[in-house]
Design a binder for this molecule. Structure first.
Ligand SMILES: O=C(O)C(=O)C[C@]1(C(=O)O)C=C[C@@H](O)C=C1
Length: 248
Protein backbone atom coordinates (compact mmCIF):
# COMPACT_ATOMS: atom_id res chain seq x y z
CA UNK A 1 0.00 0.00 0.00
CA UNK A 2 1.30 3.44 -0.96
CA UNK A 3 0.61 6.45 1.27
CA UNK A 4 2.58 9.69 1.71
CA UNK A 5 3.87 8.20 4.94
CA UNK A 6 4.96 4.92 3.33
CA UNK A 7 6.63 6.55 0.32
CA UNK A 8 8.49 8.93 2.64
CA UNK A 9 9.66 5.90 4.65
CA UNK A 10 10.94 4.33 1.44
CA UNK A 11 12.87 7.55 0.67
CA UNK A 12 14.41 7.46 4.16
CA UNK A 13 15.56 3.87 3.65
CA UNK A 14 17.01 4.75 0.25
CA UNK A 15 19.20 7.36 1.99
CA UNK A 16 21.06 4.44 3.61
CA UNK A 17 21.70 2.87 0.21
CA UNK A 18 22.95 6.17 -1.20
CA UNK A 19 25.24 6.93 1.75
CA UNK A 20 26.77 3.43 1.63
CA UNK A 21 27.22 3.74 -2.13
CA UNK A 22 28.99 7.10 -1.57
CA UNK A 23 31.30 5.38 0.91
CA UNK A 24 32.04 2.60 -1.58
CA UNK A 25 32.87 4.98 -4.44
CA UNK A 26 34.98 7.21 -2.15
CA UNK A 27 37.16 4.18 -1.39
CA UNK A 28 38.74 4.64 -4.85
CA UNK A 29 40.49 7.73 -6.18
CA UNK A 30 39.16 9.44 -9.30
CA UNK A 31 40.73 6.84 -11.65
CA UNK A 32 40.25 8.97 -14.76
CA UNK A 33 40.99 6.15 -17.23
CA UNK A 34 37.61 4.69 -16.23
CA UNK A 35 36.05 7.65 -18.05
CA UNK A 36 38.52 8.01 -20.93
CA UNK A 37 37.04 7.24 -24.35
CA UNK A 38 40.49 6.44 -25.77
CA UNK A 39 41.42 3.89 -23.11
CA UNK A 40 39.40 0.87 -24.26
CA UNK A 41 40.09 -1.02 -27.44
CA UNK A 42 37.22 -3.49 -27.51
CA UNK A 43 36.15 -4.51 -31.02
CA UNK A 44 32.60 -3.39 -31.71
CA UNK A 45 32.41 -1.11 -28.67
CA UNK A 46 32.90 2.62 -28.67
CA UNK A 47 32.96 4.44 -25.32
CA UNK A 48 34.62 4.52 -21.91
CA UNK A 49 35.01 1.68 -19.46
CA UNK A 50 32.14 3.01 -17.36
CA UNK A 51 29.93 3.08 -20.48
CA UNK A 52 30.96 -0.51 -21.16
CA UNK A 53 30.24 -1.71 -17.60
CA UNK A 54 26.91 0.13 -17.32
CA UNK A 55 25.68 -0.96 -20.77
CA UNK A 56 26.55 -4.59 -20.25
CA UNK A 57 25.39 -4.80 -16.63
CA UNK A 58 22.07 -3.20 -17.51
CA UNK A 59 21.77 -5.71 -20.35
CA UNK A 60 22.10 -8.65 -17.96
CA UNK A 61 19.86 -7.04 -15.35
CA UNK A 62 17.17 -6.29 -17.96
CA UNK A 63 17.15 -9.94 -19.04
CA UNK A 64 16.93 -10.91 -15.35
CA UNK A 65 13.83 -8.73 -14.97
CA UNK A 66 15.12 -5.65 -13.10
CA UNK A 67 13.20 -3.11 -15.21
CA UNK A 68 9.87 -4.94 -14.88
CA UNK A 69 9.69 -3.19 -11.52
CA UNK A 70 8.22 0.31 -12.07
CA UNK A 71 10.67 1.67 -9.44
CA UNK A 72 13.66 1.00 -11.74
CA UNK A 73 14.80 3.07 -14.72
CA UNK A 74 17.77 2.17 -16.95
CA UNK A 75 20.50 4.60 -18.05
CA UNK A 76 20.64 3.13 -21.57
CA UNK A 77 17.05 2.07 -22.32
CA UNK A 78 17.78 2.09 -26.07
CA UNK A 79 20.03 -0.99 -25.84
CA UNK A 80 17.94 -3.25 -23.64
CA UNK A 81 16.43 -6.64 -24.40
CA UNK A 82 13.25 -7.76 -22.65
CA UNK A 83 13.15 -9.77 -19.47
CA UNK A 84 13.61 -13.51 -19.88
CA UNK A 85 12.21 -14.44 -16.48
CA UNK A 86 8.62 -15.07 -15.32
CA UNK A 87 6.99 -11.76 -14.36
CA UNK A 88 5.88 -10.78 -10.88
CA UNK A 89 2.59 -8.91 -10.39
CA UNK A 90 4.01 -5.62 -9.05
CA UNK A 91 1.29 -3.30 -7.72
CA UNK A 92 0.60 -0.89 -10.57
CA UNK A 93 -0.36 2.37 -8.88
CA UNK A 94 1.24 4.72 -11.38
CA UNK A 95 -0.51 6.35 -14.32
CA UNK A 96 0.77 4.78 -17.58
CA UNK A 97 2.39 8.13 -18.51
CA UNK A 98 5.02 7.37 -15.84
CA UNK A 99 6.78 4.96 -18.18
CA UNK A 100 7.85 7.82 -20.46
CA UNK A 101 9.64 9.69 -17.65
CA UNK A 102 13.34 8.90 -17.43
CA UNK A 103 15.75 11.69 -16.45
CA UNK A 104 18.80 9.46 -16.15
CA UNK A 105 20.63 11.46 -18.85
CA UNK A 106 20.61 14.48 -16.51
CA UNK A 107 21.64 12.33 -13.53
CA UNK A 108 24.50 10.88 -15.57
CA UNK A 109 25.85 14.35 -16.51
CA UNK A 110 25.58 15.71 -12.97
CA UNK A 111 27.20 12.59 -11.53
CA UNK A 112 30.36 12.79 -13.62
CA UNK A 113 30.68 16.58 -13.91
CA UNK A 114 29.62 17.72 -10.46
CA UNK A 115 29.36 14.95 -7.88
CA UNK A 116 32.47 12.85 -8.51
CA UNK A 117 34.94 15.75 -8.30
CA UNK A 118 33.44 16.64 -4.88
CA UNK A 119 33.40 13.09 -3.59
CA UNK A 120 36.68 11.42 -4.51
CA UNK A 121 40.37 12.18 -4.12
CA UNK A 122 42.44 12.71 -7.24
CA UNK A 123 44.73 9.87 -8.22
CA UNK A 124 44.91 6.49 -9.86
CA UNK A 125 45.12 3.06 -8.22
CA UNK A 126 44.36 0.95 -11.29
CA UNK A 127 41.02 -0.38 -9.98
CA UNK A 128 39.06 0.82 -13.00
CA UNK A 129 36.56 -2.05 -13.21
CA UNK A 130 35.80 -1.79 -9.48
CA UNK A 131 35.48 1.97 -9.83
CA UNK A 132 32.99 1.59 -12.70
CA UNK A 133 31.01 -0.98 -10.69
CA UNK A 134 30.79 1.36 -7.69
CA UNK A 135 29.77 4.21 -10.02
CA UNK A 136 26.94 2.05 -11.31
CA UNK A 137 25.70 1.16 -7.80
CA UNK A 138 25.67 4.80 -6.78
CA UNK A 139 24.07 5.93 -10.06
CA UNK A 140 21.34 3.31 -9.68
CA UNK A 141 20.67 4.32 -6.07
CA UNK A 142 20.38 8.01 -7.01
CA UNK A 143 18.24 7.19 -10.05
CA UNK A 144 15.83 5.07 -8.04
CA UNK A 145 15.47 7.81 -5.43
CA UNK A 146 14.88 10.55 -7.98
CA UNK A 147 12.35 8.53 -10.01
CA UNK A 148 10.56 7.59 -6.80
CA UNK A 149 9.13 11.07 -7.29
CA UNK A 150 6.55 9.35 -9.53
CA UNK A 151 5.17 7.49 -6.50
CA UNK A 152 5.36 10.56 -4.26
CA UNK A 153 3.42 12.56 -6.86
CA UNK A 154 0.79 9.84 -7.28
CA UNK A 155 0.01 9.68 -3.55
CA UNK A 156 -0.06 13.47 -3.29
CA UNK A 157 -2.46 13.62 -6.24
CA UNK A 158 -4.73 10.96 -4.72
CA UNK A 159 -4.77 12.76 -1.37
CA UNK A 160 -5.98 16.05 -2.88
CA UNK A 161 -7.01 15.78 -6.54
CA UNK A 162 -9.12 18.93 -6.12
CA UNK A 163 -5.95 20.97 -5.54
CA UNK A 164 -3.87 19.36 -8.31
CA UNK A 165 -6.38 19.02 -11.15
CA UNK A 166 -6.82 22.73 -11.99
CA UNK A 167 -3.04 23.27 -12.00
CA UNK A 168 -2.52 20.21 -14.23
CA UNK A 169 -5.18 21.36 -16.69
CA UNK A 170 -3.60 24.82 -16.79
CA UNK A 171 -0.15 23.20 -17.24
CA UNK A 172 0.93 25.44 -14.35
CA UNK A 173 4.39 24.02 -13.67
CA UNK A 174 5.23 26.69 -11.10
CA UNK A 175 1.97 26.22 -9.22
CA UNK A 176 2.48 22.45 -9.14
CA UNK A 177 6.03 22.89 -7.86
CA UNK A 178 4.77 25.13 -5.06
CA UNK A 179 1.96 22.76 -4.10
CA UNK A 180 4.20 19.68 -3.85
CA UNK A 181 6.97 21.44 -1.90
CA UNK A 182 7.39 21.04 1.86
CA UNK A 183 10.43 23.12 2.82
CA UNK A 184 10.55 21.79 6.40
CA UNK A 185 10.64 18.19 5.11
CA UNK A 186 13.50 19.08 2.76
CA UNK A 187 15.49 20.61 5.65
CA UNK A 188 14.98 17.47 7.72
CA UNK A 189 16.05 15.23 4.84
CA UNK A 190 19.30 17.18 4.28
CA UNK A 191 20.19 17.14 7.99
CA UNK A 192 19.41 13.44 8.36
CA UNK A 193 21.45 12.49 5.31
CA UNK A 194 24.47 14.41 6.60
CA UNK A 195 24.08 12.74 10.01
CA UNK A 196 23.92 9.32 8.36
CA UNK A 197 27.10 10.17 6.44
CA UNK A 198 28.83 11.07 9.73
CA UNK A 199 27.64 7.92 11.51
CA UNK A 200 28.04 5.38 8.68
CA UNK A 201 31.36 6.94 7.63
CA UNK A 202 33.08 6.83 11.00
CA UNK A 203 35.68 4.28 12.03
CA UNK A 204 34.27 1.88 14.60
CA UNK A 205 36.50 0.59 17.36
CA UNK A 206 35.68 -1.64 20.30
CA UNK A 207 36.86 1.02 22.67
CA UNK A 208 33.96 3.47 22.58
CA UNK A 209 36.25 6.39 23.48
CA UNK A 210 38.06 5.94 20.17
CA UNK A 211 34.90 6.13 18.06
CA UNK A 212 34.54 9.25 15.92
CA UNK A 213 38.24 10.04 16.29
CA UNK A 214 39.18 8.30 13.05
CA UNK A 215 38.94 9.97 9.69
CA UNK A 216 35.51 9.87 8.06
CA UNK A 217 35.25 7.67 4.96
CA UNK A 218 34.09 10.70 2.97
CA UNK A 219 33.19 14.32 3.62
CA UNK A 220 29.65 14.19 5.12
CA UNK A 221 28.79 17.59 3.68
CA UNK A 222 29.00 16.02 0.20
CA UNK A 223 25.95 13.92 1.11
CA UNK A 224 23.86 16.94 2.07
CA UNK A 225 25.10 18.91 -0.95
CA UNK A 226 24.14 15.99 -3.20
CA UNK A 227 20.62 16.11 -1.78
CA UNK A 228 20.29 19.88 -1.71
CA UNK A 229 21.64 20.63 -5.18
CA UNK A 230 20.54 17.59 -7.16
CA UNK A 231 18.56 14.78 -5.53
CA UNK A 232 15.72 16.87 -4.09
CA UNK A 233 15.38 19.26 -7.09
CA UNK A 234 15.40 16.32 -9.53
CA UNK A 235 12.85 14.38 -7.45
CA UNK A 236 10.63 17.46 -7.65
CA UNK A 237 11.18 17.72 -11.40
CA UNK A 238 10.02 14.10 -11.76
CA UNK A 239 6.95 14.89 -9.64
CA UNK A 240 6.00 17.81 -11.87
CA UNK A 241 6.59 15.78 -15.07
CA UNK A 242 4.43 13.00 -13.68
CA UNK A 243 1.61 15.30 -12.60
CA UNK A 244 1.54 17.02 -16.00
CA UNK A 245 0.72 13.62 -17.54
CA UNK A 246 -1.60 12.49 -14.75
CA UNK A 247 -4.88 13.40 -16.47
CA UNK A 248 -3.93 12.21 -19.99
O1 LIG B 1 8.41 14.25 1.02
C1 LIG B 1 7.91 14.83 0.07
O2 LIG B 1 6.79 15.37 0.13
C2 LIG B 1 8.61 14.88 -1.20
O3 LIG B 1 8.05 15.34 -2.18
C3 LIG B 1 10.03 14.50 -1.28
C4 LIG B 1 10.96 15.71 -1.17
C5 LIG B 1 12.39 15.14 -1.28
O4 LIG B 1 12.87 15.02 -2.40
O5 LIG B 1 12.96 14.80 -0.23
C6 LIG B 1 10.69 16.65 -2.30
C7 LIG B 1 9.87 17.70 -2.15
C8 LIG B 1 9.34 18.17 -0.85
O6 LIG B 1 9.52 19.55 -0.73
C9 LIG B 1 9.95 17.45 0.28
C10 LIG B 1 10.76 16.38 0.13
Amino acid sequence: EYTLDSVRKALVRQEDTIVFALIERAKFPFNSLTYDHNYLQIPGFCGSLVDFVVNNTEGVQAKAGRYKNPEENPFFPENLLSSLVPSYPFTQILHPGAASININKSIWKIYFHDLLPLLVASGDDGNYAQTAASDLSLLQAISKRVHYGKFVAEVKFRESPQDYEPLIRAKDTEGLMKLLTFKSVEEMVKKRVEKKAVVFGQEISLNSNDDKKGKSKFDPSVASQLYEKWVIPLTKEVQVEYLLRRLD
